[in-house]
Design a binder for this molecule. Sequence first.
Ligand code: SF4
Length: 347
Amino acid sequence: MNKISIHDEKKVKELLEQNWEKAFRYSQIENAIYKNFIQDFDEMNTLSKKIRDILKENCFFTSLTVDTVNTSENGQTTKLLFKTITWEYIESVIMRHLTGRVTLCISCQAGCPMACSFCATWKLWLLKNLSFNEIIEQVYFAAKLLNDEWNKLRNIVYMWMGEPMLNYDIVRDTINFVTEQKKFDLANRRITVSTCWIVPGIRKFTKDFPQTSLAISLHAPNDDIRKSIMPVDHTYPLVDLMKSLDDYVKETNKKVFYEYIMINWVNDHIKLAHELWKLLESKLAHVNFIPYNAWEWTSSDWFTTTPRFVIEKFQKILQHYWVVSTIRATMWDDIDAACWQLANKKK
Ligand code: SF4
């Protein structure tokens, strides 16, 4: 018989039932795993020996193998490299902000088929959609690591390898899981799903998660530039995207986070700041400028980072029009964990 993931609540409960164990035993298991971070079934002292043996015989704790845990020199960022049982490498990144906020970025696919030209991940193409337990195991590993350093995981962003809307049902189930009080107890508003604007996915997301945050990889204020760097724009042009986002805001009254990667001479001409303002005029929006990180595997070797003073000028123009924005700090270059740089070297 194939073993079942300990994170598969339904199957673990069935297993207990088949062995004539009472349902409340599951709460004890939950408590041991998610509150006390006990990973060894033998050490779950609140359970009877019989249950521990049943779990040992029938369940596995993790299918991912930890390949590398790499922390940046300033200690703010930790990159976790995992290997799946089918030999794909996937990554997660923990970011410890100076404000005390801790965010975990997780992968929802191994590789990615979206082919954004500034991104290293798609060079792997799509290897597979990650399963429910492969996503939860990334969260668990990070939460345990933070717990060991007396820290607590408070924010999760679905924005590392892969496009969440292409693995929607699994992403949905994992959001429901991590927000459960007896699991990771994360507030819905502290979960962010970042998408490169797959419109039908945004509509489903609006319905399923009105409290969860939405980030859009925008990267250009017009279709011409967006098409040149993000092929998905051919299928879902700006007009469709903005309509679905207007509906999202109307439905949820939540602001949308717009990611804008700053690439020298590609999407950083000052006139585009005015176009961006026009696009976001009177919308509930927050723009996050991300300095481009040069990476050897991007298709356009000539992509370089926009100079800081240009990004600041861009930001000032938006400020002038009352559009809120931030410039993301690049705090993890020394471990190749910067955004869009996650085609793993192992592969
Ligand atoms: S930027 Fe995101 S959506 Fe685009 S190829 Fe990279 S991982 Fe995929």
